[in-house]
Design a protein around this ligand. Sequence first.
Ligand SMILES: Nc1nc2c(ncn2[C@@H]2O[C@H](COP(=O)(O)OP(=O)(O)OP(=O)(O)O)[C@@H](O)[C@H]2O)c(=O)[nH]1
Ligand SMILES: [Mg+2]
Length: 631
Amino acid sequence: MRVRNIGILAHVDAGKTTVTERILFTTGATYKRGEVHDGTTVTDFDPQERERGITIFAAAVGCDWAGHRINLIDTPGHVDFSAEVERSLRVLDGAVAVFDGVAGVEPQSESVWRAADRYGVPRLAFVNKMDRAGASLEATVAAIRSRLGVTPLVVQQPVFDGDEFVGVVDLVGLRRLVWTNGVLRVTPAGASEARRRLEEAVAELHAGALEELGDMSEPTLRGALRDLTLSGKAVVVLCGAAYRNRGVEPLLDAVVDYLPAPGGDPSGDLAALVFKVHAARTGRLTYLRIYDGTLRKGDVVWDADAGRTERVARILRIQADRHTDLDQARAGDIVAVAGVKAARTGATLSTRDRPVRLEPPATASPPLVSVAIEARTRAESQKLTGALAVLVEEDPSLTVRVDRETGQTLLSGQGELHLEVAVKKLGIGVTVGRPQVAYRETVTRGVTGMVYRHVKQDGGAGQFAHIVLDVSPSSEGFAFASAVTGGRVPAEFVRAVEAGCRESLAEGPIGGHPVAGLRVVLRDGATHPKDSSELAFRAAGRFGLRQALAACGMTLLEPVAEVTVDAPAETLGAVLGDLGARHGRVTGSTSSSVRAVVPLARLFGYATTLRSRTHGRGTFTSRPAGYRPAT
Ligand SMILES: Nc1nc2c(ncn2[C@@H]2O[C@H](COP(=O)(O)OP(=O)(O)OP(=O)(O)O)[C@@H](O)[C@H]2O)c(=O)[nH]1
Ligand SMILES: [Mg+2]
C-alpha cells in the first residue's frame, strides 16, 4: 500500500486537532465526531489535554484514503511544546499547515513554518474556520505571502450561501463541492478568472506548465502543483471549516496528490530512528520511523548510540492511545515497539553488522524557566527521583539538576505551562517554588594576556600547564581559537584547553549563571617535558578562563519574549499601561493588537492580569525572543 506520513502544524487553536478528528471521521477510522471542548477527541487523549482543551503531546494516528495509508501526527501549537513539534518534523515526509481564517498567520504558525523549512518538509496550507465571521481567504493568503515569504497557489475558492460558508470550487478539477447536512454534493464548475490566475502563477514557476499556458490540461496543472510543493518553491492553499466538516475530502485528496511518498527500501539494511519514548504504565513504548529495511517481531537490533543490543518484543500500529499488533513494519512506516529498554529519542536502531546512525532531531533550546520542587513526604521523596528521570526521558527539553548551594531540586523547561504540565504529570505530591527565569552572563569588555599556570610538582607524577588567554565579546555563543606558534603547545593540549574553557562556561562570575557570547584565543603557552598532560591543560583552561572572566566586564542577561496581545480597542490603553509596568518595549500595534518585547520574568501570571484588564476578551501569545540585559 502506498503511504503518506504527514504532520498537522499550526499556532494554538487554529484547529489542528479538529482537522485531525474530521480526517479520521471522514475516512471512516472513527465513527463519532469528537470535540476538543468536550474532551472527546481521539488525539487529545491525555487527561491534562482533555482538561485544558489544548494539545500537549504529539499523537500518532492513521487512516486510509484513496488507496493510501495516511499516517498522521497531530502536534501541539503552544510554544512551550515546540520541541515535541521538532521531534515529529524530523520523521515526517510532509505536513499540513493549518491557519485560522480570521487570525491569519499567527506567531507560532510562523515559527513552525520555519522549523519545517529547516527539516525540508513539503507543506500544504489549509485555511480553516472559514465559517467564522470575519474569515478571509484573501487576507490569509496575503499574510502567507508576506509573513512566510512563500508563493501561495490558491486552488480553491470559497462558496457562500448568504453569510454561510457552504463549500468550495476546486479550481484544478473544475468542480463545485457543497456540504449540506453532512452530505457532500459535487457538480461541475466552469473555468473562471480564478483558474486563469492559478495557471499563470504556476506557469511563472514551472517550465512544463508554461508551455501549456492558455490551454493547460488538468494533469499538467496537477503535476506542476506537485513538483512545486515537493521543491518548496510554492505552497498549495486550500480552505474549509473543519469544525463543520467542510473541506476535508479535498484536503485528503491534496495530501495524496501533492505530498511526497516515503522513500526507503524494505529489503535494505534496517535503519529506524527513535523519535519519541513513552513510559506507559504497561511498559515502555518506543516510537520509530523506519527509513530502510524491514523490522520483524522478535528481531534483535543494535543501538549504536548506546552500544548495546535491544530486542523488539512487539511491533504496534498506533492509533492515539490504542494499538494493534503487527508482525512486521517496513521502510516508510511509523510504528511503536515494546521490549526496547533503553534506546533514547534520537537513537538509530539498525543491525549489528551494519550499524547506521541517522541524524537525530535538533536538540531543544536551553531551558528558560525553572522551579524548585520538593516532595511533601519522605515516602514520596523516594519516588521523586525515578519519576523525574522518566519525565526527562520522555521529554528531553526538560532538565533536572540539584542546586549546589541550596540543595534544591530544580526542574527546568521552556515555559511556565511546560513546567506546570510536567509537575502534574509526575503524579507525586510536591511543593513547587515560584518560577525563576534562566539568566545568562556575557562579556562586555574583554582582557588580553591573562596568564594562568597550573603547576603541581611536589613529588610523584606532577602536573604542569602554562597558558595565556585573550577573551573578547562575541556575537556567537562561544568561539575558541589558538594563535600559538612553533608547536609550543601540541594540538591535543590545545583541545584540552578548549574543553576546560567550555567547562568553566557553566558558571559565570556574577551569579553562577551560564556564560555565553565570548571569544577565547589561546595566545601562548608552555609545556614541561615530563609533567604536562591533557588533564593538566584541561584544568588550566578551566581555572584560567574562570580567572579571566572575573577580570572581564560582565553583564547579566535575562530571557525576553515577544508578546502579541489581541484585545478590544477600548481596552488597549489598559493593556499598554500594564505592559509598560512590566518593562515591555512596544514594537508594533494596530487598533486591536499590540506587540511588545517583555522580560520573561515579568510575564508570569500574565494571563490572569490580561483577563481582568480586558474583561475576559483579550488573548495573547508569546514566543522566546533571545536575551537582553537584565532590567
Ligand atoms: N468556528 C470554527 N471553530 C473551529 C474550527 N476548527 C476548530 N475550531 C474550534 O477551535 C478551537 C481550537 O481547536 P483545536 O482543534 O483544539 O485547535 P488546535 O490547533 O489543535 O489547538 P492546540 O492543539 O491547543 O494548539 C476549538 O474550540 C474548536 O472547536 C472551524 O472550522 N470553525
Ligand atoms: Mg490540538
